[in-house]
Design a protein around this ligand. Structure first.
Ligand SMILES: [Zn+2]
Length: 58
């Protein structure tokens, strides 16, 4: 499994939203919006899934 990573629009930091997925699932949900609290700036952001990238889970 891989982690979905979004870029915080305020700090430009990569945020691991705590969602693990695989590429097949990601392609199915790419039109969705992920809503999550950002652990860089503390605000809640809405990110289009298609803007996310995948990182190997440690
Ligand atoms: Zn943020």
């Amino acid at each position: 499994m891989e982690s979905l990573i979004f870029i915080c629009p305020k700090t430009d930091k990569p945020i691991d939203v705590g969602v693990e997925t695989e590429i097949g699932t990601l392609l199915r949900i790419r039109k969705n919006i992920m809503r999550s609290r950002c652990n860089a700036c503390g605000e809640v952001h809405e990110w289009p899934v298609r803007d996310a990238y995948l990182a190997e889970a440690a």
